[in-house]
Design a protein around this ligand. Sequence first.
Ligand code: CTP
Ligand code: CA
Length: 226
Amino acid sequence: RPGPQEAKPLAGRRVLVTSGPTHEPIDPVRYIANRSSGRQGHAIATAAAQAGAAVTLVSGPVSLPDPTGVDVVHVETAREMLSAVEAALPADIAIFAAAVADWRPEVEAAAKKIKKDGSGPAPLALAENPDILATIAKRSEGRPSLVVGFAAETDSVLDHARAKIARKGCDLIVANDVSAEGGVMGGAENTVHLISRDGSVESWPRAAKEEVARRLVARFAELAEG
Ligand code: CTP
Ligand code: CA
């Protein structure tokens, strides 16, 4: 049987997790979003709480229940997610599993539903959203000691992930292949690759998202320790 130390490797630690998509409203009924069920991020929050951490989960709109034993903050847009993340700090470990919408409509959402008027769609100008992971990873003060990003890619998974870890300033990237063949999006299982700052890669066997979450949390606890 595992002793208390092994069972609760994150006792006394504060962990922040982002999960789910963000929705960027066009009007009261339409929005721009990324595809994300939130299953992997929510499973990580659950696993971190089970490992003894005080967990804040900042979640975009998902159809999952709030994990038990976790402080959940519900947000809709990327800008709300950034504010909620900043309000939830300080944390020892921050895990950015959300599929944040890269762009939002440039103009504020219309208060009334935009009607089709027969002349075709109005052009939709976009503005870039803040990069939440990069904002936190590049903080000079109050940076969590371990900052983990995710990278969902459809091609050249490892090359893209290596470029991202450098660009965003995080300590680790968890990359997965979300091309249609994999069935990862919304599915129950995930195949992940861990990319470190030195470019080294560790590929894990395909497993249930809950099992992947437990293994990831065990690894994060080791890395935060060292
Ligand atoms: N991320 C974030 N804020 C954003 C965009 C991304 O916090 N505005 C985080 C994600 O939660 C993830 C990591 O950055 O941990 C990588 O996200 P990804 O979408 O793969 O990277 P991008 O830099 O947006 O590049 P692209 O979508 O062009 O591949
Ligand atoms: Ca993106």
